[in-house]
Write a protein that binds this ligand. Structure first.
Ligand code: M6R
Length: 634
């Protein structure tokens, strides 16, 4: 989604803002722009369609001098990606410049009124109304004008505003879109997330809904929408610059895949004290959790898949029934929740709009709310009764990898914690489970070491796959146009059963996100109820079949696919000999582990597979088209 970066201080702002915007690139965007207060009483705006390097090029030929500036990366909601629709937007007199993240829901009405008053709009965006409203109410005090304008606005926003008449000052505000204030020495910053601030400061203030902040080089003040001062704590963030850099890896995604054993290990050693799970920071009363009669998990995308896996193990280890919902569905039905329900919201960013809305709904209905978040101080974390941080460090690649395994690890521990509180596991089983869980980081590392060793083979296989894929496409296009209409030409099916069914969903999501190859995850047992109609020699079928109670069933499903000519790529436990009889196209092996924890291992080669294919296809792996890292609008 859109990203905002603002700077006011002693240094030239243009390059600092460009650098800040580059750190926000991962959020997803289609255009970018900057407004600089260039001394005197004017504001210069430059903006352009496409990547930030286009803006950088533009600024090489038209550099703007000035020590206060706001910048923006736009992810289109209202109006096509174009120069005109890129932010910043100015009022009619060009004395006010605004950048915005969010959606102004009543913008049609506001626009009509403003047009009736003679305002000429230059873009199709909802944001432009904000600039005109602030211009309309400006009487020499920017903060008052911003507050006055915001009173008329309905929707979500994080905005940052400059006035040509008030040098060295940025006024910003937020409602349901993230905005963080970075505290420096004789300089201050604003950004959509902390990753963009790490080059400059680790001292930040998370702004709340209704906060209006004014920053100058000398300091900052925060008031509410009525102008009353509010106090917000300055917190020191623990992430550092190195964590937000590629550290020698070709892509952030690969770096983040390789960080997984360390992150899982750290989570386990932080929360496991002997045979006891401890969540010291969990402010929710243990008695409330012990009294619960059901668990509801809500999340989106990859986090939703982590929730689906958790359903299997929470139900196996405790007496609690578990429902899992995508947040966007949950919020528009009438879920039956009460004070005996524990609602777990899972979100890497902690800012996903639908998950946040679901959390608020759950709180309204009196449920106990626990969130599993990665970003410290994020809105979901702050609004939940209890939060468990995954401490996975900044996840920069849009395709989520380390956040997923970190979420799973926390959820495994949460299941053991519930079991502990409710007495559903005996000491012997607890001990066995914990010692198995503790093996995971080393086993993950083994998979990654093998990948490093066989890297060329992975690349060759991806190359070979690329050739077959394009051959398959052209076969249908050139020689058999009629058939092309009836049969899919190249896609992936991911099949899994039981606790690895969500792994199939997550593996397919990874591939489609970054390689744009159609991919579907399916419970293998459902094949005969529909998807088997798609099987001929063309789909590639990833069969997740580690040693498990459903292994034999999985083998039968694979046989049915082979009997119809499908190409199979099984993910099996090391030492599986039976699978060779089925003549896999490629074979992926994982170390042996208790089935319950196998999703922590089976996903790793699938992440690497998606990565290898997208790399072979030459795609923009870390910033796939159309996607945003944190989806802060509905
Ligand atoms: O920040 P969140 O965990 O709430 O984000 C949820 C999804 O948007 C996210 O997992 C998305 O599906 C990723 N691109 C998946 O790789």
């Amino acid at each position: 989604m859109c990203g905002i970066f603002g700077y006011t201080g002693q240094r030239q702002a243009q390059d600092l803002v460009l650098q800040g915007l580059k750190h926000l690139e991962y959020r997803g965007y289609d255009s970018s722009g900057i407004a600089v207060q260039n001394g005197g009483s004017s504001i210069s705006i430059e903006k352009t369609h496409g990547k930030i390097r286009n803006l950088e090029e533009l600024l090489k030929t038209h550099p703007i001098k000035g020590t206060t500036a706001i910048g923006h990366t736009r992810w289109a909601t209202h109006g096509m990606p174009s120069r005109e629709n890129a932010h910043p937007h100015a009022d009619s007199s060009s004395h006010i410049a605004v950048v915005h993240n969010g959606i102004i829901e009543n913008f049609f009405d506001l626009k009509k009124t403003l047009e009736g008053e003679g305002v000429k709009f230059r873009s199709e965006t909802d944001t432009e109304v904000v600039a005109h409203l602030i211009g309309k109410y400006y009487r020499g005090n920017l903060e008052n004008a911003v507050r006055r304008a915001l009173r008329e606005i309905k929707g979500t926003y994080a905005i940052a505003v400059l006035s040509s008449a008030e040098p060295d000052k940025i006024v910003a505000a937020r409602w349901d879109s993230p905005l963080v204030l970075g505290v420096g020495e004789r300089e201050n910053y604003l950004a959509s997330d902390v990753a963009a601030l790490l080059d400059h400061t680790q001292r930040v203030v998370y702004l709340d809904n209704g906060d209006v902040v004014t920053i100058t080089p000398a300091g900052s003040s925060i008031n509410d929408l009525n102008g009353r001062p509010v106090k917000r704590e300055t917190v020191k963030i623990t992430w550092n610059v190195a964590q937000a850099k590629k550290g020698g890896y070709e892509h952030y995604m690969l770096k983040e895949i390789f960080e997984q054993p360390g992150i899982v290990g750290a989570i386990l050693s932080e929360r496991l004290k002997g045979q006891k799970v401890r969540f010291d920071e969990l402010t929710i009363k243990p008695a409330r959790l012990a009294r619960a009669d059901k668990v509801v998990i809500i999340a989106c995308g990859t986090a939703y898949h982590a929730g689906l896996v958790a359903k299997y193990f929470i139900e196996e280890l405790t007496d609690l029934p578990v429902w899992v919902d995508t947040s966007s569905e949950f919020r528009y039905r009438d879920p039956k929740l009460d004070k005996r329900t524990v609602v777990i919201t899972i979100s890497q960013s902690g800012e996903t709009a639908d998950t946040l809305a679901g959390l608020r709904e759950a709180r309204k209905k009196g449920a106990a709310t626990v969130s599993v978040c990665n970003v410290l101080g994020s809105t979901i974390a702050r609004e939940s009764e209890g939060v468990i941080y995954t401490h996975a460090g900044p996840e920069i690649a849009v395709a989520s990898t380390k956040a997923y395994t970190a979420q799973l690890t926390v959820l495994y521990l949460l299941a053991l914690y519930f079991a502990q509180l409710r007495g559903t596991l005996d000491a012997k089983r607890t001990k066995r489970l914990i010692s198995e869980l503790l093996r995971v980081p080393a086993l993950m590392q083994r998979i990654l070491d093998r990948y490093k060793k066989d890297r060329q083979e992975w690349a060759d296989n991806a190359h070979d796959f690329n050739r077959r894929y394009h051959e398959a496409l052209s076969k249908y296009v050139e020689s058999d146009p009629q058939r092309r209409k009836r049969s899919p030409s190249g896609f992936f099916l991911y099949l899994g059963r039981n606790i690895n069914y969500p792994t199939a969903l997550e593996g397919a999501l990874k591939l489609k996100e970054i390689s744009y190859i159609p991919a579907e995850g399916y419970p293998a047992g459902e094949m005969k109820h529909g998807p088997i109609a798609l099987i001929d020699e063309n789909p590639w079928v990833i069969c997740i079949a580690p040693k498990s109670r459903t292994y034999d069933k999985m083998i039968s499903n694979i046989q049915e696919i082979r009997a119809r000519g499908g190409c199979i790529i099984p993910v099996v436990t090391e030492g599986d000999t039976e699978i060779h009889r089925l003549q896999p196209m490629y074979l992926i092996e994982i170390p042996e582990i208790d089935e319950l924890f196998s999703p922590l291992l089976t996903i790793v080669p699938l992440q690497l597979l998606a990565y290898s294919v997208a790399r072979e296809f030459g795609e923009d792996i870390d910033q796939p088209r159309n996607l945003a890292k944190s989806v802060t609008v509905e």
